[in-house]
Ligand binder design. Structure first.
Ligand SMILES: NC(=O)c1ccc[n+]([C@@H]2O[C@H](COP(=O)([O-])OP(=O)(O)OC[C@H]3O[C@@H](n4cnc5c(N)ncnc54)[C@H](OP(=O)(O)O)[C@@H]3O)[C@@H](O)[C@H]2O)c1
Length: 399
């Protein structure tokens, strides 16, 4: 009898093996223990243990077959990059998203944060194998969890910022340990505008250099996504904040966001102006995300033993400087990446917790100034790159 059950399992298995995955799914009722021919055969036998064995065999044959089959593919739309270049290389295409494996979740994105780093990858300033889906920040709803995963459930709202790249997509697979819970009081678009930029501000102000009451700091691109959060947070810490911006409109925003002094760098030289504001003393720290156009000037703005935090290159990579350049004022220089400061789960949760707590307490007022359909990500890139934007930019899959 056992060999008979085994041979019938083989028959069912071979039918399924020959069928494509979706057809195999349709065959499920026919191999379901209640209706399968395998069980009908087994019912003709009097021994209950053999009948049970047949049920177990049928079930295990089905599940083992499913596990060797191609995973169920969910088809969604996403932005894809097949070649490096301008915003026109961002293509709106159908992609397949697999089911989450062990330690993974599948998330339906509700709002996707746009960051300058997305432009670096699109242009090839930072490299990634082609083709790829850009985007390093999103908030979404968990649609599926990998086998055996605990602590996260279907329906949870989560956010992530950093690796893996691929948030410009209606759905994506994420490692569960990259996702952080989003407080229910925080709107999806707000959360997607603030996690990466806010954690960056946290790392810059609390970990790279600890800003304290009485410090004077210089922030470039003070009305930008990261810049506006840096200014608000630094002011709340008791620092005197000097910001640089390109237009009067951005200057008004930077002033509202906590800048005590705003320099419109298109009208006045920021080095002389900082010198004037600080009575020749210089600032404790410069947060420079602009890079090539500002790097040398930023070093000149520092006081003795000041900190140069170069954390971006919106205008291009800064020219190299000899080490001896730091000597006249015993300067410190660091080039941090958020990823290195959120590398462990504890660090990630601490950084995200600080950001969400500061949003809840009102220290951080998030400017979601620009919302675009996900399919129109190219327009978001054009506007960010041409300095038309201020505050945060969000892409929404279903506008
Ligand atoms: N190291 C890290 O881990 C990390 C993490 C997040 C962000 N970042 C960096 O932080 C910076 C800000 O990112 P964000 O997403 O918040 O962008 P953003 O500041 O909103 O946008 C960039 C701003 O930079 C200024 N800018 C100066 N020269 C520019 C140029 N040639 N082209 C374009 N913009 C120029 C513009 O402000 P004005 O018009 O006022 O001059 C522009 O609005 C980026 O450099 C990014 O790479 C670094």
């Amino acid at each position: 009898m056992i060999s008979m059950v085994t041979s019938n399992v083989r028959v069912v298995r071979s039918i399924l093996a020959a069928a494509p995955h979706r057809s195999a799914l349709r065959l499920l009722p026919s191999i379901d223990p209640r209706s399968s021919s395998l069980l009908q055969l087994s019912r003709s036998h009097t021994s209950p243990s053999l009948r049970t064995l047949a049920v177990v065999a049928a079930r295990s044959s089905y599940s083992s077959l499913l596990s060797t089959e191609e995973p169920n593919m969910v088809k969604v739309k996403a932005i894809r990059v097949h070649e490096l270049g301008g915003p026109e290389v961002l293509k709106w295409e159908e992609v397949e998203v697999g089911e989450p494996k062990e330690g993974e979740i599948r998330v339906r994105n509700k709002a996707i944060g746009v960051n300058f780093i997305d432009i670096y990858f699109r242009k090839g300033v930072y490299t990634k194998d082609l083709p790829f889906t850009p985007g390093m920040e999103a908030v979404g709803v968990v649609m599926a969890v990998g086998p055996g995963l605990t602590g996260i459930e279907v329906g949870d709202v989560v956010a992530y910022a950093g690796n893996p790249m691929g948030s410009y997509s209606e759905e994506q697979i994420l490692p569960a340990n990259a996702a952080v819970p989003v407080p229910s009081t925080i709107d999806h678009k707000v959360a997607a505008s603030i996690l990466l930029k806010g954690m960056t501000a946290y790392v810059l102000l609390r970990r790279c250099f600890k800003v304290e009451a009485g410090h004077t700091i210089l922030v470039h691109a003070a009305a930008g996504g990261v810049g506006s959060l840096l200014c608000q947070w630094a002011k709340a810490l008791g620092a005197t904040v000097i910001g640089t911006v390109s237009t009067e409109e951005k200057a008004a925003q930077a002033a509202q966001d906590g800048c005590h002094h705003v320099i419109v760098h298109t009208k006045e030289d920021f080095v002389s102006k900082v010198n004037e504001i600080t009575s020749g003393k210089g600032v404790n720290v410069v947060y420079d995300s602009v890079g090539k156009d500002t790097f040398q000037g930023s070093l000149s703005c520092l006081m003795s033993r000041g900190f140069m935090v170069s954390f971006g290159q919106s205008s291009g990579t800064p020219d190299p400087i000899p080490l001896s350049y730091l000597l006249p004022k015993s300067l410190f220089l660091t080039r941090p990446s958020l990823m290195h400061y959120t590398a462990t789960r504890d660090e990630l949760l601490a950084a995200a917790g600080e950001v969400f707590a500061n949003v809840a307490s009102g220290v951080l007022r998030v400017r979601v100034n620009h919302i675009y359909p996900l399919s129109d990500a190219a327009r978001a890139h054009i506007d960010l790159e041409s300095r038309k934007t201020s505050g945060s930019i969000v892409l929404v899959p279903d506008i």
